[in-house]
Design a protein around this ligand. Structure first.
Ligand SMILES: *Cc1c(COP(=O)(O)O)cnc(C)c1O
Length: 384
């Protein structure tokens, strides 16, 4: 089966991890901070807090922004459930803003309309999680302007978008947000197996997130309530979690980071071939916006014929296509919280026709040709 996404592990990656196995620290050694500094410097952010997943990093971001009961977080319905769940972990409410029909990202114009309406009813959000769907940045300038006007904080869920650019900066620079979160799951652009990271330019947020990542414990005298008893002394000053990344995972991430730009370039070559091969077909192709380079995590197409049939035939042919995403508000968990079909029609309509084609840096050209040939014949059959 040709998957829709997978990791690309080199001998160098394997050596980097093996070296840590023979070292003094499997976790909480020198590699995690080194990985954090490298990601921060790659993105142009001041601080980076590595975690055991993007889900954890989203939770830490919400905690650091003091999201809690009585607050509301808005996000895109066209995302993985983690973009919304982070609010529920904090006891906050979730709501959604429908997507733009060309980028499939949270629509800045609809956001503005919803903010205007919510101002009147007094239920403005405290935090907005924007999701850079498929690796293409949202309209951050506009969203940041709205953030100033309506006083909400911004988390970028950039799980798809490490290596992407927006307005001449790397995604993760946090020029237009409080925190940017990355995922290093194997299907994403670079991997640490499981892993994530929160980047920020705010020293308070960074220190709060790193403390909450490790039980709410501090070893910094300036944060302590009492005087230190001695060199062993630490204090738990709030309730945190264990969301730490290990040195083993960070070593893989560090080695992968050196290959990030090469991975993104390869993804663009794959997308270019899909674009040119399907350019004249009935398939609606994903657009690459001119606001900055996409990391191209996904290649989501829209088919006008029977999506399920095309999807199943591709799977039968050994092509591991997928669908991104079942709108979050249609999940039973969120339906129980009052959402229903019809609430966010653009995301629903997009979902009804979506198929994600194989897109990963180690996709072999003969495999991609097979995908193209198979899909072309299915589309032609359905027309006839
Ligand atoms: C993968 C993904 C996540 C979760 O990442 P994990 O590292 O698996 O926790 C969150 N948001 C989006 C948009 C994702 O694609």
């Amino acid at each position: 089966m040709i998957p829709y996404g997978r990791q690309h592990i080199s001998n160098g990656d394997i050596q980097a991890v093996t070296k840590v196995l023979g070292s003094d620290f499997l976790t909480q050694g020198p590699i995690v901070p080194q990985f954090e500094r490298s990601i921060a410097s790659y993105c142009g952010a001041d601080y980076a807090v590595a975690t055991n997943s993007a889900t954890s990093a989203l939770h830490l971001s919400c905690l650091a922004l003091d999201l809690g009961p009585g607050d509301t977080l808005w996000t895109s319905p066209n995302s993985f459930v983690a973009s919304a769940n982070c609010a529920v972990y904090c006891g906050a409410e979730v709501n959604f803003v429908d997507i733009d029909s060309s980028t499939y990202n949270l629509c800045a114009r609809k956001l503005e309309e919803k903010l205007e309406a919510s101002e009147k009813t007094g239920d403005l959000p405290k935090v907005i999680v924007v999701v850079h769907f498929a690796g293409q940045s949202c309209e951050m300038k506009k969203i940041a302007e709205l953030g100033k006007k309506y006083r909400f904080r911004i988390i970028e869920d950039a799980s798809h978008a490490i290596g992407a650019e927006y307005a001449h900066s790397k995604v993760g620079s946090c020029r237009y947000s409080d925190v940017t979160v990355f995922s290093f799951h194997p299907v994403k652009i670079i991997t640490t197996a499981e892993g994530g990271l929160a980047a920020t330019n705010d020293p308070e947020l960074a220190s709060r997130m790193s403390r909450m990542r490790s039980h709410g414990i501090t070893r910094d005298q300036s944060e302590m309530v009492n005087k230190s008893d001695g060199p062993w002394y630490y204090e738990q000053i709030e309730l945190g979690l264990n969301y730490r990344m290990t040195d083993l995972h960070a070593a893989l991430g560090l080695s992968q980071l050196a290959r990030l730009d090469e991975f993104v370039t390869k993804r663009h070559q794959i997308a270019d071939l899909y674009d040119s091969e399907f350019g004249n077909s009935k398939i609606k192709l994903p657009v690459r916006s001119n606001s900055g380079r996409s990391a191209l995590h996904l290649y989501p197409i829209q088919v006008s014929c029977d999506r399920k049939k095309v999807f199943c035939k591709l799977r039968d042919a050994g092509i591991g296509v997928n669908v991104h995403y079942i709108p979050i508000h249609l999940q039973p968990f969120y339906q129980k919280r009052g959402f229903t079909r019809g609430d966010f029609p653009v995301a629903e309509n997009y979902y009804d026709n979506a198929i994600s084609l194989p897109m990963f840096s180690s996709l072999e050209s003969n495999d991609q040709e097979f995908v193209i040939k198979t899909l072309k014949s299915l589309i032609e059959d359905s027309v006839n």
